[in-house]
Design a protein around this ligand. Sequence first.
Ligand code: GLY
Length: 415
Amino acid sequence: MTSTEARTETVPDAASPREDLAPAVAAALATVRRNAVAFGDVFPDDTTRDNAYPPRPATEDFAEGANRGWTTCFWTGLHWLAHELTGDPADREVAVRQTADFARRVHAGEDLDTHDLGFLYTLTCVTAWRLTGDEAARDAALAAADHLMTRFLEPAGIVQAWGDLSDPTQRGRTIVDSLMNMPLLTWAGEVTGEPRYAEAVRRHVEQVRTHLLRPDDSTFHTFYWDATTGEPLRGATEQGAGDDSCWARGQAWGIYGFALHHRTTGDREALVASRRCADYFLAHLPADGVVFWDLVYGDGSDAPRDSSSAAIAACGLAELASVETDGERRDRYTDAADEMLRALVAGYTPTADEPSDALLLHAVYDAPKNKGVDEGCLWGDYFYLEALTRATLPGWRSPWWAPGDGSSVGEGRDR
Ligand code: GLY
């Protein structure tokens, strides 16, 4: 069976171990498809406004709806997930068309001064290569990985997160989210056989674990190094409530990112780090199981929730459970992932009274800057559908895994 001849049903088949989630999957797929028609080749903005996605705004350098910023990959990633869930060639066609624009973007050198090349190219070009064997997508993903490697700073041993490398305000700074950008480099190392990618990943993850993961198991959002001497300087927040608070999404990135690093390298310290992030996150859940935007807030607070953190954590906990060697922990993380996903389905999805073109309501992008507060967002939608896919599609292979874990390059050509 080729990918274009794949299954045509629109929800996971009866063999699914979690049939009760099928209505949630069907509702999410209906929204993804409706959005594909409504938006065409236009990329939406990072977050909804009053529960509707506006087109990505024009800037001095980019037209309205252009492929810029760090979140467009989640839109395309949703279409790849839709294709994997349904096997429908129409979903694949949308994903393929959008992916071609990511190849164009990297070759044109447009808006690449960010560590988020990992998110951007893992969910688009790497996925296209993995599922369809598209050589142009592979080449584009390798170009993105090489660009990301230019952000690796010696002697600090970190990948700089944001900005032009000569920007003094961002120089020597990395952030906990960066863990999710490492799989692109791990993939590039596997595909090319060149050890320099894995070495950069190993050193970067070690620095994040040593300096951003605090002794009490919470995380700094960001941390600065002296880019000249490599000396670690100080933690600071960008999107959290304070420098010493624990930004919920950062902690969720930590759960998922460290678990992925353990899966692809076997690094035991990364497994322990993922557990520590997970245990802290779970100890700070409010009664309904969906975190506030910063873990400094708990039940009784009127601070907004961040459903996107819960969606990322649901995926991260499932990933952690899948690599967990301790049976008690495996069961606990599996149950927590399941409960978190169900809490999102039950309380954070659109209803007749609160319709939206987001899959998930009530996320927070950046509360200190009052950006995207209590709105849907592209990454929340993506990780929500990824969590549903993990839970309902037997044999699904994660886009974040490098080929060396047993998923062969171009594997999807015969799906
Ligand atoms: N990676 C940026 C964010 O989570 O807001």
